[in-house]
Write a new protein. Structure first.
Length: 126
């Protein structure tokens, strides 16, 4: 039998749903991040991040079926993302990861990825 994907190991869509819902509940309260989101309703952004992460970790490819190649750095270019924004984003994600049921190894793997990915989205250095 083939090895389970990371997506399956952590509990599939339900787990990504919990992480991303908790993340956006925190974004909604963040004075720096909330105004950056163009839509009044964060549910579209929530769905896009959830589908992206599911695909990234070995789940269904619904994200790319709908949105095409991720090209996340390009998609973030319209937003001014400095170190402060990166840290605010990671603060929200830290809370989300800490509150979701995950093994310490899975939590650490997700966190390492998010730290790296968030740093890679920084596009404003002064
Ligand atoms: C979209 C902010 C990091 C994944 C967006 C949007 C904003 C934003 C304002 C537009 C909202 C929308 O789609 O309606 C930020 C900030 C970050 C950050 C301030 C701080 C570093 C990340 C990271 C990831 C990510 C690390 C992935 C691990 C996405 C995805 C979308 C998105 C998948 C939707 C792209 C699309 O299909 O249009 N982000 N983001 N973002 N972000 Fe981020």
């Amino acid at each position: 039998t083939p090895e389970k994907t990371f997506y399956e190991q952590v509990g599939g869509e339900a787990t990504f749903h919990r992480i991303v819902a908790r993340f956006y509940a925190e974004v909604a309260k963040d004075e720096l991040l909330r105004p950056m989101y163009p839509e009044e309703d964060l549910s579209g952004a929530e769905e896009r991040l959830r589908l992206f992460l599911m695909q990234y970790w070995g789940g269904p490819h619904t994200y790319s079926d709908r949105r095409g190649h991720p090209r996340l750095r390009m998609r973030h270019a319209p937003f001014k993302i400095g170190i402060t924004e990166r840290d605010a984003w990671l603060r929200c994600m830290r809370i989300a990861l800490d509150e979701v049921e995950l093994s310490p190894e899975h939590r650490e793997q997700l966190w390492q990825y998010f730290e790296m990915a968030a740093h890679g989205m920084v596009n404003s250095w002064f």
